[in-house]
Design a protein around this ligand. Sequence first.
Ligand code: FE2
Length: 420
Amino acid sequence: MPANLSPIQKPNAAQSWREQAAQRYSLVRGHSLALAAPLSAEDQCIQSMPDASPTKWHLAHTSWFFEAVVLVPHAAGYQPFDQRFFHLFNSYYESLGPRHPRPQRGLLTRPALSEVHAYRAHVDAAMQQFIAHAEPAAWQAVAALVELGLNHEQQHQELLLTDILHALSCNPLLPAYEPDGEPALRLATAPAPMRWLERPGGQVDVGYTGEAFAFDNETPRHAALLQPHTIADRLVTCGEFAQFIADGGYQRPALWLSDGWAAVQANGWQHPAYWIAPGDPRAPLAHWQVFGLHGVRALDAQAPVSQLSFYEAAAYAEWAGARLPTEFEWEAAFDAPGISQMTGHVWQWTRSSYDPYPGFRPLSGAVSEYNGKFMVGQLVLRGSSCATPAGHARPSYRNFFPPAARWQFTGLRLAKDAAC
Ligand SMILES: [Fe+2]
């Protein structure tokens, strides 16, 4: 199944709340298995770097979340599948006990993939039982946690794809996750020349509007003050980024932040991750190619550039005589007339540090660790990507990664101060 064709869960007024909850749970959980289906058991066990997790771990960890956060505390008589899994598949929740080291998740050849599938089935059966028989008052007490668990699973669905893409990129054979199908980032139509949209200064309200679901890091809604600026109507393309490379962008320290230039030197970056230079022995052709979920394809000059670190995005913006938008400029422009590609292509680096909003309070209980404790040393990305499950994005969504991360579908849109 293509990554961006996950089921969209639309409430059906004719269904009871139990039917709606059971169906939504089943659809989201089933999509994780569908995403893993093209992969062999060997593929699903591998961990290619400390930041990336094996597919099998994602499948188990998302089940652990429901088990540890919903079933154990709230479902009377629930019997865990295997007590040892609380240690193996806890990610970072200090309040839920010790855990297996993150960089060593790829060493977990046991439990076998079949056991992880049985674990998922065990948790799913208990969750469906809980949904079917919970008293309405009891359901109200945990409905928000179940919804958090489903949105958590959708986040891991995107990570499952980006993590396996990194693993496959490390294989000299460059195997495709999904050999057939359209390239995930191909645009429906050729992008027109980029246009600058004038945006006014002044006070805007940003953050969660109160509709549907949001993570705690999108709250509280509050006022932000913008200066007059312009923002690009579309994303930067591969063809435009190729001009930056051809102009010596990766060899000109004046374009780079100090930490970014250090990263270029330390890592030998000369192009976005997964770009294959002409003559590369892994896929020797005379033109640029890009490795993606559909394997090696010719570089599409009109597709949004992806797999960029924040440092590369910022250097490109400097080269282009522009800058990255702040996360609030981006959110305020979400519905601006003429703007395009805000979601569904690549996450867009912003010039905003990942900080708590004024008045931010984390969720209570174990899930207080979900977002708040990561609010240092990272940059906010807005929008969503081709790997984000359908229906998961919204204007106030805040993704975040360290500035050197480049294994996600990450690109950029330009902005300028009004006086420039
Ligand atoms: Fe997680």
